[in-house]
Write a protein that binds this ligand. Structure first.
Ligand code: SF4
Length: 195
């Protein structure tokens, strides 16, 4: 599952497909309850709903290479604004491909004191940049922006190496259908979690 980003040049399309906080959270909760989480690289939703500490990957473990050699941090961030100063044909040294704009990003002020300040750290970079144009802002889907508290139920993240090429680099959520004879509980004992 990939959450829609407002990347269409047609504003109407974005308005039509950008999910509200409530619709998105209801959907994620429903899926977490009824399916097994097998991949979760979204720094916000991974920390909110799973028993794992998830950190951001955009521009760190991800990049997009265009046919002309232009490099951007992720498929969601347009080259007109987020193009790397390096070109894929200029360098064969991967370490130069790190995006300077993601060096030493600090959690936004509003995140200080949040239980996930050290892991979520303000949420997914591309959403913050696309919605607000700056990493000073926290994720548009942070519950505190919408008058909600942190979700109380956690779900077990069944880590599965190589589940998908999308796992561990883009903020993608991957789920697996539960077998009908699988009676294992997929909620996590949140008494063990420090809210
Ligand atoms: S306050 Fe910040 S760290 Fe906490 S959930 Fe919201 S975006 Fe994440």
């Amino acid at each position: 599952m990939t959450i829609y980003r407002p990347i269409s040049p047609a504003q109407k399309t974005n308005e039509m497909f950008v999910l509200s906080y409530k619709v998105l959270n209801d959907a994620i909760e429903y899926i977490c309850k009824n399916y097994k989480i097998v991949g979760c690289s979204d720094a916000l939703f991974g920390n909110l709903y799973t028993n794992e500490a998830i950190t951001e990957n955009t521009g760190i473990n991800s990049m997009r290479i265009f046919p002309n050699g232009t490099i951007t941090p992720s498929p969601y961030l347009p080259p007109s604004v987020f193009k790397s100063k390096h070109h894929i044909f200029d360098t064969a040294v991967m370490e130069y491909l790190r995006f300077d704009c993601f060096n030493e990003v600090k959690a936004p002020t509003e995140c200080i004191g949040c239980s996930y300040e050290k892991t979520c750290q303000g949420g997914v970079y591309d959403r913050r940049l696309l919605w607000y144009g700056t990493l000073i802002e926290r994720d548009p889907y942070c519950p505190f922006r919408h008058g909600y508290t942190l979700p109380k139920t956690k779900y077990i993240y069944e880590k599965n190496e190589n589940i998908s090429m999308y796992d561990g680099y883009l903020p993608t959520l991957l789920f697996k259908k539960q077998l009908s004879n699988d009676t294992s509980q997929n909620t996590y004992d949140h008494n063990r979690v420090n809210f």
